[in-house]
Design a protein around this ligand. Structure first.
Ligand SMILES: Cc1cc2nc3c(=O)[nH]c(=O)nc-3n(C[C@H](O)[C@H](O)[C@H](O)COP(=O)(O)O)c2cc1C
Length: 368
């Protein structure tokens, strides 16, 4: 096989392992095609030490999709990535939240994830040669229960084949822009990605709490890829740096991390029903500023969002201070959906490992 580039470097960020697995499949496929390839986890990577790529090195970037965009940690990485003088080819892959309903594989939504990242790299003189969403099993357990292991295996197997085919196309010097077929729907939901970036992710950061099973082992703090969890009063505390990658919740050895659905919904309700209007009237009366039209809508939106985030930050502090109080714990846990056993946790590596063991046991019993 003739390869356009003999070398590939795949940079990835992964919260719960989906993007990490995709990066690994891509590297294996590229090596299988006779080129050399390495994966580079951007977690804790010293960005200043990254040198501009040599000519004829193919670069790949693999990241989960958060709020119809790449998460801030990956965007920050792309922004700080060195320019090229050689117009190196690059490809982008976003793992999305896929589902399986019966026989139907349900895709996630990219929004501006690939488009924005491609624009950033093009501005740095890279030549985008491929973009591909990969619909891995959804890890967003703040939103929905975990998928059944059987569905996870079926979705992952399908994604592995897609990722490998894509990698071989790219290392053979070809291009792949099938991601652009989603362009109409991606552009339609683009505004939501801005809302998520400006408000949603901060609100989500304040939705996590530790239940009574937490023994402050420090695993969540140590494993957090963006160092967003700190220990306050002997309990984990999620700061606004949190990107809701879900690693802490899914990997906690004591299953002690929950999402506070009831508490967050309660704060949203109180802010929008009682607080935001009053605060807005007080501020406009005091400042005497009169604006109208679409500008007013935007100012009001920013104002309400700030009030909401302020309220969440304040109440989150109070909850944290009283976190060990049995009454407070009881209310938080009772109104959380993640506490139900059936909600589960997402552990891709464990599921794939169990499948491998089962297959090899089957193979050896057939041989025997
Ligand atoms: C906070 C958050 C936001 C997400 N937003 C999206 C999204 O906009 N579109 C989508 O298809 N999947 C979304 N997902 C699902 C993940 O992108 C998906 O499960 C991904 O494969 C996870 O990759 P990872 O295991 O490497 O972190 C979201 C997940 C989380 C936790």
């Amino acid at each position: 096989m003739t390869t356009a580039e003999r070398q590939a470097r795949i940079f990835y960020f992964s919260g719960t392992g989906n993007a990490a697995h995709v990066a690994q499949w891509v590297v294996e496929a590229i090596r299988g095609a006779g080129a050399t390839a390495t994966t580079l986890n951007i977690d804790g990577m010293d960005r200043c030490s990254i040198e501009p790529p040599e000519p004829d090195v193919l670069l790949g970037f693999v990241s989960p999709t958060h709020g119809f965009n790449f998460p801030p940690v990956m965007l920050g990485f792309l922004f700080s990535f060195p320019r090229t003088r050689h117009r190196n080819r690059v490809f982008l892959m976003n793992t999305r939240g896929g589902m399986k309903l019966g026989r139907l594989f349900v895709p996630g939504l990219s929004g501006i994830a690939l488009l924005f990242a491609a624009a950033v790299l093009m501005a740095k003189n890279y030549k985008v040669a491929g973009m591909r969403p990969i619909d891995m099993p959804s890890n967003w357990l703040s939103l929905h229960p975990s998928l059944r292991p059987k569905a996870v295996v079926a979705i992952a197997d399908r994604c592995e084949a897609i990722a490998r085919r894509f990698a071989i196309r790219l290392i053979s010097g070809r291009t792949d822009f099938r991601a652009l077929l989603d362009l109409p729907q991606d552009l339609l939901i683009a505004p939501v990605s801005l809302l998520y970036y400006a408000v949603g992710r901060f609100a989500l950061a304040k939705s996590f709490f530790a239940n009574a099973a937490c023994n402050n082992c420090g695993a969540c703090e140590a494993r957090c890829p963006v160092k967003a969890i700190v220990t306050v009063r002997g309990r984990p505390f999620w700061t606004f740096r949190c990107e809701s990658c879900m690693r802490c919740m899914n990997e906690c050895p004591n299953r002690a991390i929950e999402t506070g659905h009831g508490y967050v919904a309660g704060v949203i309700l109180i802010v929008y029903a009682f607080v935001a209007d009053g605060a807005w009237m007080a501020v406009t009366r005091m400042s005497g500023v009169a604006v109208a039209g679409p500008l007013l809508w935007w100012i009001r939106f920013v104002f309400d969002s700030l009030v909401l985030l302020g309220a969440l930050a304040l109440i989150y502090r109070l909850i944290h201070v009283n976190g060990r109080h049995p009454g407070c714990q009881h209310i938080l846990v009772a109104t959380s959906l993640t506490r139900y056993k059936c909600w589960g946790r997402y552990r891709l590596s464990e599921i794939l490992e169990a499948k491998r063991t089962m297959n090899s046991n089957k193979a050896s019993s057939l041989q025997g």
